[in-house]
Structure formats: C-alpha cells, structure tokens
Design a protein around this ligand. Structure first.
Ligand code: SAH
Length: 216
C-alpha cells in the first residue's frame, strides 16, 4: 500500500516540475511513513509538512525534492545538512551523495532520526548534536551544504566550509515572515547567489546542547 502511495507522490512531484530522475528515484525509495509520528502515518504521502516533537516539522516532500534538485548532487559529493529533524531529508540525500553529515540541535529528535537511518541501513550518514550554524569544521570542506531552517543571512562558517565550486542551498528571511530559498555558488574567490522561490521554514536558532558524534 505504501509503495503505491509513494509512486503516486513521485508522479505528483514530477507533474509539479521536479525533473531530476535521481531525486525522483530517491524519493520513491525512502518510506516517509517511518519519519512521521505514528498517528499521522496515513498522511505521510500527502504533499504537506507534518509536525514533529519539539515544535519542529518534517518538510513537505515537494520542498525536499526541490532542495535536493537545487543542490545538483552527484554520488561523489560530501554533503552537510543543518537541521536533521526527522532524518527524512538526510535519508533522501544519503541515496544521492557519497556521504552525508547532518547536525540537529534537539538531542531527542536526533536520537529518533538515528534510529530510522539505522533501520534503513543508510550507513553513509553521520550525525551530531549541536549548533549547525557553526558547521562541522573537522569534516569540511563540503561540496554541498543544505540548511532546513531559515536565517536572516547565510552563516559565515557555512560559507567558509563550502568547497570551491560548492553549492549551498538555504532559506533566507525572517523567522516567521517572508523567506526565500536561495542557492549560493562558490567559484574561486567569488560567491554568487540566486533566489529560487518563496518558502516557509522554522527558524535557525542558537545552540542548545553539547556536541556528540554518532554513526549508525
Ligand atoms: N530536514 C528535516 C526538516 C527539519 S525542520 C526533515 O526532513 O525532517 C528544521 C530542523 O532544524 C529542526 O529539527 C530544528 O530543531 C533544527 N534546527 C534549528 N536551528 C538549528 C541549529 N542552529 N542547528 C541545528 N539544527 C537546528
């Protein structure tokens, strides 16, 4: 049953303009029902954001697909994700890139995400509790960086940790107001940014707990 609903979701994504076949295939493979609260499992394949613990949300599938597409990923890339949340986008990224590093500030959310990534045997994902605005200096540089929470401007540490020829995709704007998905390309010494579309994300906030590293 969930296979059929996942295939329907992918058809809807295709109709709404997602073109990258690798992204569509990854979305078809990852069971979103594992990433949402059990009571909402029957809505897992609706194209809507769903609530998580700690007042956070699992992003809408359409936005996850567009962000992955905007990253122009290849199997050679190392990706940093800020804002693990449920782990859903990390799971999709794990199928598109060589290695995924993902940071979440809420330890309980991260523990649940780790369990799901482990159950799906996505062993190329490494997680950490901490403030994602500081990036992950020991694993830098990153060919690709994606942020799942909105900030007024790109965190300087993330720009620093982006490889040359790297791509950073993040929502920029006010905490509970107008936001835009922005793609930043670094080439040589220069940085170019491009607005992609209006979006709505939870805010990127300051550090909560001490860092720890886990690899499922
Ligand atoms: N990618 C997620 C969506 C997560 S919503 C998914 O697919 O489910 C954004 C997440 O960013 C929230 O879980 C929130 O706790 C986290 N977050 C907000 N500010 C952060 C920060 N400074 N560092 C790390 N995580 C942060």
């Amino acid at each position: 049953m969930s296979d059929i609903r996942r295939a329907q979701l992918v058809l809807a994504l295709r109709r709404s303009g997602v073109r990258d076949p690798a992204v569509l295939e990854a979305m078809e493979r990852i069971p979103r029902e594992l990433f949402v609260p059990e009571s909402l499992a029957d809505r897992a394949y609706d194209d809507i954001a769903l609530p998580l613990a700690e007042g956070q949300t699992v992003s809408q599938p359409h936005i996850v697909a567009l962000m992955c597409e905007a990253l122009e990923l290849s199997r050679q890339h190392t990706v940093l994700e800020v804002g693990t949340g449920s782990g859903y986008q990390a799971a999709v990224l794990a199928r598109l890139a060589r290695r995924v590093y993902t940071i979440e500030r809420h330890r309980p959310l991260l523990a649940e995400a780790e369990g799901r990534l482990c159950a799906l045997k996505l062993h190329n994902v490494t997680t950490r509790v901490g403030d994602g605005r500081k990036g992950w200096p020991e694993a830098a540089p990153f060919a690709r960086i994606v942020v799942a929470a909105a900030a007024a401007e790109p965190p300087p540490a993330l720009l620093e940790q982006l490889a040359s020829d790297g791509v950073l995709v993040l929502p920029i704007g006010q905490a509970h107001g107008a936001q835009e998905l922005v793609r930043i390309r670094k080439s040589g010494g220069s940085v170019q940014s491009e607005r992609l579309m209006p979006v709505r994300f939870v805010p990127l906030v300051a550090e909560k707990s001490k860092a720890s590293v886990f690899s499922p």
